[in-house]
Design a binder for this molecule. Structure first.
Ligand SMILES: [Zn+2]
Length: 103
């Protein structure tokens, strides 16, 4: 597990948006996928519903977690986050590259 959470910034490693980075909007835990703002966007046909017009909308599709890498807010490098336990039993994430604790 990559320890990615909502609002993390990640770099995309594969697919049509390879090299881009963006903010995680949702983590689909069961599927090991994430939805990233403005990344992997496809045109979707939408049917007319009670609160929406019919038409074509842009929809960000989920990307498998193995195809993204979190970017550390401290050292700004693509990295991975690990977890460690603090003395009081709390678990925090930290950057594998610079060792800084990540919120
Ligand atoms: Zn770092």
């Amino acid at each position: 597990m990559a320890n990615i959470k909502k609002n993390d910034t990640v770099r995309i490693l594969a697919g049509k948006d390879k090299g881009k980075s963006g903010k995680v909007l949702r983590v689909l835990v069961k599927e090991d996928k994430v939805i990233i703002e403005n990344v992997n966007v496809y045109k979707k046909h939408q049917k007319k519903g009670p609160n929406r017009e019919a038409g074509i909308v842009d929809k960000a599709m989920p990307i498998h977690i193995s195809n993204v890498r979190p970017i550390c807010p401290k050292c700004t490098q693509p990295t991975s986050f690990r977890r460690k336990e603090l003395g009081d039993g709390k678990r925090v994430r930290y950057c594998r590259k610079c060792g800084e604790t990540i919120a």
